[in-house]
Design a protein around this ligand. Structure first.
Ligand SMILES: C[S@@+](CC[C@H](N)C(=O)[O-])C[C@H]1O[C@@H](n2cnc3c(N)ncnc32)[C@H](O)[C@@H]1O
Length: 292
C-alpha cells in the first residue's frame, strides 16, 4: 500500500462493503467496489460478511468495538447518495468530491456516472484507490478525473480548474468525513472556492463533528473517535449545529438540512446497531447563494 494512505477511508469502505453484502431487499445501498479497497483483516471481515451467518458475526464485532461508527457511516452514505442524485437531477452539471477516499459515487450512482466527476484527495490515498480500481476492472472510470491535492495547502481551486472543473456551472460538492481533519483556515479556503466557482443553487453535501465533542469536558470520548486517533487521524475540527445558519451565511451559503446520524437513524431508516449511533456526527446540505 502506498505509504500514508488513509486508514479511516478504508474503515468507511469496509462499512460500505459489509452493508453491500446484505441481501438486496435489506441493504440501504449497493457499493460493489467497496471491497476492492480493503486489505488484511478488513478484507477478511468483508468476505465473512458475505457468507451465511457472517453478516451478524461481523456487524456484532464492529459494533461492539466501535459502537455507532458503522451504522453512522451507512446512514450518511445513503443520505448523501440521495442528496447528490437529487442535486444532479435538479441541474448540477459536475460533481467534485473533496477528500474522496474510497467514495465510488462517480461510478455507482447512475446520475453521477453521466456527468464529469472530480475527485480530490491526498496523493497516497488517491494512488492506492486508482491501483485498486485498475486491479479490479483494468481501467479507471472515464468520467472521473483524479486531482491529487492536500486541502491544508493554499490554492485548492488551481489544480481542480486545471483538471477541467468549470467555474460558473451549477455543481454539487461532496465533503464527507473530511472537515474534522482540517484547520479553520483550510475549511474557509475551501468554502470560498466553492462559492466562487459554484453557480447559485449549487449544492454542498457534507458531514461534520459537533464541536461539543472536541471541547474539554464535552461529551465523553466515544471508542470511535479514540480509534481514529489511534490510526493517526484524530478529529480536530468541529462546528456548532446551533450556529450553522450564521456560519454558512457569512460564507455565502444557506443551510437546507442538517441532522445527526442518530436522528437520521431514528426517523425510519432501519440499520442494525443504529441505536448506538452518536449524536455528535452530523450530515448536512447547503446551497450556494448568489454573490452579494
Ligand atoms: C474518513 S475518510 C472519508 C473518505 C470519503 N470521503 C468517504 O466518506 O468515503 C477521510 C478522507 O479525507 C482525506 N483527507 C484528510 N485530510 C485531507 C487533506 N488535508 N487534504 C485532502 N484530503 C484529506 C483522507 O485522505 C481520506 O480520504
Amino acid at each position: 500500500m502506498p505509504e500514508g494512505a488513509s486508514k479511516t477511508a478504508e474503515y468507511v469502505a469496509m462499512f460500505r462493503a459489509v452493508e453491500s453484502a446484505r441481501p438486496g431487499r435489506d441493504r440501504l445501498f449497493y457499493d460493489p467496489f467497496a471491497a476492492c479497497f480493503l486489505s488484511g483483516r478488513l478484507a477478511f471481515g468483508a468476505r465473512v460478511a458475505g457468507i451465511p451467518g457472517g453478516q451478524r458475526l461481523i456487524t456484532s464485532y464492529i459494533d461492539r468495538n466501535w459502537p455507532g461508527s458503522r451504522p453512522s457511516a451507512v446512514i450518511r452514505t445513503k443520505l448523501i447518495d440521495d442528496a447528490v442524485t437529487a442535486a444532479i437531477e435538479g441541474g448540477a452539471e459536475q460533481l467534485a468530491i473533496l477528500g474522496a477516499g474510497y467514495d465510488t459515487r462517480g461510478i455507482r450512482l447512475p446520475a453521477a456516472a453521466a456527468i464529469p466527476v472530480f475527485e480530490l484527495d491526498q496523493p497516497p490515498t488517491q494512488e492506492r484507490k486508482k491501483d485498486r480500481l485498475l486491479g479490479r476492472d483494468g481501467h479507471l472510470p472515464p468520467n472521473v478525473t483524479y486531482v491529487p491535492f492536500d486541502l491544508l495547502e493554499e490554492g485548492v481551486g488551481g489544480p481542480l480548474e486545471r483538471a477541467g472543473f468549470q467555474p460558473g456551472l451549477k455543481s454539487v460538492f461532496i465533503w464527507e468525513g473530511v472537515l474534522s481533519y482540517l484547520t479553520p483556515e483550510a475549511v474557509d479556503q475551501t468554502l470560498a472556492w466553492i462559492t466562487r466557482v459554484g453557480a447559485p443553487g449549487s449544492r454542498l453535501v457534507y458531514t461534520y463533528v459537533d464541536v461539543a465533542l472536541l471541547k474539554d469536558g464535552g461529551e465523553e470520548e466515544p471508542p470511535w473517535s479514540a480509534q481514529v486517533a489511534r490510526v493517526g487521524e484524530p478529529f480536530r475540527y468541529g462546528l456548532d449545529p446551533a450556529k450553522m445558519d450564521e456560519f454558512l451565511g457569512a460564507r455565502g451559503l444557506k443551510p437546507i438540512w442538517d441532522m445527526s446520524t442518530a436522528e437520521a437513524l431514528s426517523s425510519g431508516q432501519e440499520v442494525k446497531g443504529g441505536e448506538n449511533a452518536p449524536s455528535f456526527y452530523r450530515v448536512a446540505e447547503a446551497e450556494v447563494l448568489p454573490a452579494r
